[in-house]
Write a protein that binds this ligand. Structure first.
Ligand SMILES: [Zn+2]
Length: 314
């Protein structure tokens, strides 16, 4: 036994020293992306873990301690993490904060918000905008619902990793390429599935305004009952508008979310007779699916199940 232990010690000493680059992440989708791009060259520490609420998370002192020694701290950006300015001051030297979403084209919230806004007077529009967007400014922060954005993100992560660990730059570029290929394949699968839904039925009614990028990529019109930050602030006027739209367009289903099933959805379903679909994964932090790939697959399956015409009974 002693001899065996001595041999192990000898082996450990003989191995070349290998230090993985420590990367801390503020979203589970970014943790998965860092692992896909970085492979064995990175050690990922998830600060915001699956199950957490991205809209209300604040790092605690223990989180700051966990960030120590990280070369990169990956955040979603686009205003999702309202604490970043404060955090920047308390980050140790040598930790680079990267807002991955910063270089990804934004959809302004108003562009994909409830179409009822379109016929309002500008002053009224501004007021609505203020009420709905006080947390996040005008950008929609849920950019990771798009395969194209995830491809961009994989390149951004590869570039940042290469900057702090140039010796492995080729491996990071290859990791980003492989991840992009997978995201592209998933997008093709999703497009094929979604083609089963009649074009006129591609309206996506969800609890909060999280699906703008998904809708843009896959040809849906988004209608959200709550605001972009998931506060339970649906005004009775907004609910009435949603009900009107459901009736006008003959919308077949509305979707709750893994973290939001406001009473108002049940009320809307009751008064319109519309069915309530499977809960969608809106913020990418569901314990059962917290990678881009599992989230998108779940959402597409749920949406197609509720909106595509039922197969004829034989
Ligand atoms: Zn959200």
């Amino acid at each position: 036994m002693k001899h065996f232990i001595r041999s192990l010690c000898f082996l450990a000493a003989a191995l070349p020293t290998f230090a993985a680059t420590k990367v801390a992440t503020l979203h589970p989708i970014l943790a998965d992306l860092a692992r896909q791009v970085g492979g064995a060259n990175v050690e990922v520490v998830e600060i915001l873990k699956p199950g957490a609420d991205v809209h209300h998370f604040e790092p605690a002192p223990k989180d700051l301690a966990e960030m120590r020694g990280a070369k990169l701290l990956l955040a979603s950006g686009k205003g999702l993490e309202s604490f970043l300015d404060k955090l920047r001051d308390s980050l140790g030297a040598g930790v680079k904060l990267v807002e991955v979403g910063a270089k990804i084209p934004s959809i302004p919230f108003e562009e994909h918000h409830h179409e009822g806004h379109a016929d309002k007077e500008p002053a009224e529009k501004d007021k609505d905008h203020e009420e709905h967007d006080h947390h996040h400014g005008a950008e929609d922060p849920h950019w990771w619902h798009s395969a194209e954005n995830m491809k961009r993100a994989s390149r951004i992560v590869a570039d940042e990793l290469s900057a702090v660990d140039p010796a492995n730059a080729a491996a990071y570029a290859a990791g980003a390429k492989a991840a992009s290929k997978r995201f592209g394949e998933l997008k093709s699968w999703a497009q094929k599935e979604i083609s089963k839904i009649d074009r006129k039925d591609r309206l996506l009614v969800t609890a909060h305004g999280a699906f703008g990028y998904f809708c843009k990529e896959f040809g849906f019109e988004p209608i959200s009952v709550l605001s972009i930050g998931r506060s339970d602030d649906a005004s009775s006027k907004h609910i009435a508008e949603t009900i009107e739209e459901i009736r006008e367009h003959g919308i077949k289903a509305i979707f709750p979310e893994d973290q939001a099933n406001p009473k108002v959805l049940a009320e809307i379903a009751r008064s319109t007779g519309v069915k309530v679909g499977e809960p969608l994964i809106a913020d990418g932090t569901a314990k059962v699916a917290h990678t881009f790939e599992t989230m998108l697959a779940h959402n597409v399956r749920s949406i197609v199940a509720a909106l595509a015409p039922a197969a004829p009974v034989k």
